[in-house]
Design a protein. Sequence first.
Length: 74
Amino acid sequence: MMHDFQLARGDVCGDPTGLSVRVEDVDIHDYVHFSVIESSDSGDDEAESGQMSHVAFIHRFTKLGNMSADRKAA
């Protein structure tokens, strides 16, 4: 299923395996750079950071929120 959403620095996203990541940047070539917040239970995701195309990212992840917006509200 294709989700059409904009990504911004600080967005927190998750996938069905339980992996949570924070968007660090979206570059001019439409690559999403991210860092792992919480690893999945399966342990398949050992990298602490990574990158993938915007299309691949939105197919895998669902946006959970924006950490910087949450901090400003507190």
